[in-house]
Design a protein around this ligand. Structure first.
Ligand code: NAD
Length: 418
């Protein structure tokens, strides 16, 4: 079971602490809570793969459909050694509250295969992806459950999934989002989560009177979300002072030259060892002074031990569940504001919604339209969260869960589930 920080709680139990606080405020009774907390459907599958050396290795895969009251299930598929049932359940429930918070017509789901994609060849990844898709295919449909990329998966993974699903059901681009544009992907999808993250940074900076060119931005993780966040933040005039990937980080207090960094990453495959910057570990990077600390890699990186040493003015949760509940309390007590994952990283699922809609009526939006509509939805959601937080005198996270859980409970009641 994936546990986070020093609490020993599973990620699922930890996320439910935030759910329970919203349920208390909404005065949901025990039965209503149980219905909304518990996943509707959980599937575990064996994923046997013929490895390049001729052996058969059997991986474990999951698809969890958490809640579909507001629309078809929607959620990414993660390839990671820690992607176990509890983690996938937690991430599926976060998708339910996220899609409700930003008000797009989807429910919440998540998938995962317990594996280290970096240790697999392209052929092995292809075979693993096809076998996983074939084994969960009976749960999927464009109006039932739609897949997307997450940690360790990408546009290529989505093509293999679409292709495998299509072998059984006929060509169905809308069954996955995050596809390459040539195969029905949306302009702007790749950058979407990062663009949404930076939209939230810009809005909260305006409200808090923080100059984006000032104390700087640190981004942990340089994959899809982290790299686009850093690039778009830089384009918007932010002073990006620190970045990292799984190998470690680079920090420069007067700002990193983004063009130099991207060149360095292209040449070496990593953001560590950037000439002219200090090399730091991931742990050290999180503790450097900055205005906005943006964890954009994995879960549970800010915990009870390092929370007292965080020096950022605000933590912007681009990754899912990067701050565990104990750390959340410590940062709140220290006056460090946290913008929660279900708001901050919603840009990906919002543009997935645009992609799915375009696939359904075979349309192609221009990137400008995607960006404008994305910013509109992100800004509206941020405003709702910030107004609710102020009105109820609660944290941004509690406000975001209050809106998300409240919306799902309302629709579940209308449909007669509760
Ligand atoms: P990715 O696989 O593209 O990139 C992950 C990055 O994190 C890589 O740079 C990797 O080197 C780094 N990393 C991995 N393990 C690390 C560790 N132990 N310490 C430090 N860095 C580490 O993944 P992604 O799609 O960018 O997703 C990142 C996070 O954002 C995840 O929590 C994911 O659930 C969340 N998210 C992603 C999307 C999306 O559209 N891709 C949308 C919403 C949320």
């Amino acid at each position: 079971m994936t546990t986070v920080g020093s609490t020993g709680a599973s990620t699922y139990e930890a996320v439910n602490i935030f759910f329970d606080r919203a349920a208390d405020r909404l005065k949901l009774d025990d039965g209503e809570r149980e219905l909304l907390r518990r996943p509707w459907r959980e599937l575990q599958v064996a994923v046997p793969v013929r490895m390049d050396d001729g052996r058969i290795e059997v991986f474990t895969g999951y698809r969890v459909q958490h809640n579909g009251a507001r629309g078809p299930y929607k959620g990414g598929v993660r390839y990671h050694p820690l992607a176990d049932r509890e983690e996938v359940k937690a991430l599926a429930s976060l998708m339910t509250w996220k899609t409700a918070l930003v008000d797009i017509p989807f429910g919440g789901a998540k998938g995962g295969v317990q594996c280290d994609p970096h240790l697999l060849s392209e052929g092995e990844l292809n075979r693993l992806t096809r076998r996983y898709t074939a084994n969960i295919e009976h749960l999927l449909a464009v109006n039932r459950d739609i897949l997307a990329p997450d940690l360790g998966t990408n546009a290529q993974t989505m093509v293999w999934m679409m292709d495998e699903y299509g072998r059984i059901h006929g060509h169905t681009p809308g069954i996955v989002t995050g596809k390459p544009i040539e195969l029905g992907g949306s302009a702007g999808r790749e950058a979407a989560t990062g663009r949404g993250v930076v939209t939230v940074v810009a809005e909260v900076a305006k409200d808090a009177g923080i100059d984006l060119k000032g104390g700087g931005v640190i981004v942990q993780g340089f994959g899809n979300v982290g790299s686009w966040t850093a690039r778009i933040a830089d384009e918007m005039g932010c002073n990006v002072v620190g970045v990292s990937d799984i190998q470690g980080g680079s920090y420069r207090s007067d700002g990193i030259d983004m063009k130099q960094l991207l060149r360095h990453k292209d040449e070496t495959g990593t953001v560590t060892g950037l000439p002219g910057a200090d090399s730091v570990s991931n742990e050290e990077l999180l503790e450097q002074p900055c205005d906005f600390l943006i964890p954009a890699a994995i879960d549970g990186v800010i915990h009870a031990e390092n929370a007292p040493r965080i020096k950022a003015k605000m933590v912007i949760e681009a990754a899912n569940h990067p701050v565990i509940p104990e750390a959340d309390r410590i940062l709140n007590d220290r006056g460090i504001k946290i913008l929660p994952d279900i708001l901050v990283n919603a840009g990906g699922v919002i543009v997935s919604y645009f992609e799915w809609s375009q696939n359904l009526y075979q349309a192609h939006w221009k990137e400008d339209r995607v960006t404008t509509e994305l910013k509109k939805i992100m800004t509206r959601a941020y405003r709702k969260v910030s107004e609710t937080a102020e009105r109820e005198a609660i944290t941004y996270r509690d406000a975001a869960f209050l809106i998300g859980v409240g919306s799902v409970a309302h629709v579940a009641r209308m449909r007669g589930f509760i």
